[in-house]
Write a protein that binds this ligand. Structure first.
Ligand SMILES: Cc1cc2nc3c(=O)[nH]c(=O)nc-3n(C[C@H](O)[C@H](O)[C@H](O)COP(=O)(O)OP(=O)(O)OC[C@H]3O[C@@H](n4cnc5c(N)ncnc54)[C@H](O)[C@@H]3O)c2cc1C
Length: 316
């Protein structure tokens, strides 16, 4: 695709300008930018964007009435398609650096692509709580996964935070800006840090007994405590961590933080030359606006590093 022709060494795959791994908000925005820079790109996606879980986002810039995650993904995909981008379904299983500094990516089914630059936009995968009716609970927001995203919509609700106790207290204190009724359901048996416990007490954040089961009940989350007692919460925020989908970069020696999220420079290049990372997989705030900002910066930096692609007169 696009006017920047891919070169093809004899007997090898064509050498594209850029391979984008992942087609969530980050990857699709990078695709739109690079296609509009008339670059030759390939986008490969495993089809599991975190954004597909979003019932309605109210903090995504440009959507004053909110936007559903699926609708948002369709908008990004349609916009990229307007410039000739076709997303290839597939999961990249291996990424190698070739002797000439280009990259070779191999999908799980053996398909291969070569590119001068790679943008890893592969996101993270949330650790979900064990719960009967989990998908429906996320849909009706009896379970919420991102306080930065939607705590505003939970204002004055009866809220529980399901997390290791210290993490749970930190999260509950953040949520106290939105509701007086916030408590912690600890998932570990640790004693809380004394300073945090004092802050929780001062903020009227109770630390409850550990939950033994959760179920969706009448649009709320019913939490059982094992002694026959139970409580109904308008919403529960599980804070159980996430798994960064950074393995392809880690295998090439890319720098990362304690959560395996990638450490990048100002233009989103990882410590592996030519390998860029954008969106949730980067060690930064996991938000759509951040992901699309990353994409704009990385795509523009790569365009400037590639050989110039002067346009020929199309009428000639
Ligand atoms: C319930 C929920 C509500 C949210 N609400 C909001 C909100 O209101 N506002 C907001 O700003 N953010 C919100 N978020 C966060 C938002 O969804 C993410 O920040 C955003 O999706 C990150 O975009 P991304 O492109 O980096 O990653 P993703 O959207 O996760 O996309 C990554 C893509 O890469 C693919 N992939 C991974 N590995 C490979 C591989 N090896 N080969 C090929 N493809 C691969 C995945 O399948 C996926 O399609 C919410 C998240 C959740 C779960």
């Amino acid at each position: 695709m696009n006017s920047s022709a891919s070169s093809k060494p004899a007997g090898a795959e064509p050498l594209h300008d850029v391979l984008i791994i992942g087609a969530g908000p980050a990857g699709l925005t990078a695709a739109t930018y690079l296609a509009r820079y008339r670059r030759d790109i390939v986008v490969v996606d495993a089809g599991k964007s975190r954004a597909r879980w979003i019932p309605t986002s109210h903090n995504c810039p440009g959507f004053p009435l909110g936007v559903e995650g699926d609708q948002l993904l369709k908008c990004y995909r349609d916009q990229a398609a307007n410039y000739g981008v076709a997303v290839t379904d597939g999961c990249i299983a291996r990424l190698e650096k070739l002797a000439d500094e280009a990259f070779c990516a191999t999908a799980e089914d053996g398909r291969r692509w070569q590119a001068r630059f790679v943008i890893l936009a592969s996101g993270v995968v949330d650790e979900m709580p064990a719960m009967q009716g989990l998908t429906e609970a996320i849909d009706c927001q009896a379970i919420r996964l991102c306080a930065v995203c939607d705590a505003y919509e939970a204002s004055d609700a009866h809220i529980a935070v399901l997390a290791p106790v210290d993490e749970g207290i930190r999260h509950a204190l953040f949520l106290r800006s939105y509701s007086e009724r916030v408590c912690v359901l600890p998932t570990d048996a640790e004693a809380p840090d004394p300073d945090l416990k004092a802050e929780a007490d001062a903020a009227n954040v109770a630390i409850r007994a550990p939950a033994t089961a959760m179920a969706l009940k009448e649009g709320k989350t019913e939490v059982s405590f094992g002694d026959g007692a139970s409580a109904l919460f308008d919403t529960v925020y599980p804070v159980l961590g996430s798994v960064a989908q950074s393995g392809l970069a880690l295998a090439l020696g890319a720098k990362h933080d304690d959560n395996d999220e990638l450490v990048v420079g100002a233009d989103l290049e990882t410590s592996v030359p030519g390998l860029y990372a954008i969106g949730d997989v980067v060690s930064a705030l996991n938000q759509i606006s951040v992901a699309v900002g990353h994409a704009a910066v990385a795509a523009t930096a790569i365009h400037r590093r590639l050989a110039r692609n002067f346009r020929e007169n199309q009428d000639a």
